[in-house]
Design a protein around this ligand. Structure first.
Ligand SMILES: [Zn+2]
Length: 122
């Protein structure tokens, strides 16, 4: 039987989550900045565009990868926000599917986990 989290433990996870959130926000800001820059570069130089049609392909690919990273980060941010809200409401650390407490091992590895190991592996 897994014990539910103590208040002090919740505070610990809250700290981890807030740290993680700040890191993500910084990365998001940096990557959005990079995307904005490459967009200005490509739209500003039309001659380079026609001369380097081959490069254009890899450029598009690169931008696709970046936007994929961005959406992954946004998702993670969403999960973290959700976990932080749960902490403030005192219902953090429970599985959303079966309602049982999530193992601390798992929360240490993934503090924003919404499901217990059993449910997430189903
Ligand atoms: Zn579960």
């Amino acid at each position: 039987m897994i014990k539910k989290l103590k208040k002090s433990e919740m505070k610990q996870y809250e700290k981890i989550l807030i740290n993680e959130r700040q890191k993500l926000l910084k990365e998001l800001a940096y990557e959005s900045d990079q995307i904005a820059k490459t967009q200005i570069e490509t739209s500003g130089d039309l001659s380079a565009y026609s001369n380097h049609m081959a490069d254009q392909g890899t450029e598009t690919e690169r931008r696709e990868i970046t936007s994929q990273i961005l959406s992954t980060r946004r998702e993670a941010l969403f999960e973290i926000d959700l976990a932080l809200r749960k902490i403030s409401e005192g219902r953090y650390g429970f599985c959303e599917r079966c309602g049982k407490p999530i193992a601390k091992r798992r929360l240490k590895f993934l503090p924003q986990a919404r499901l217990c190991i059993k449910c997430s592996s189903k």
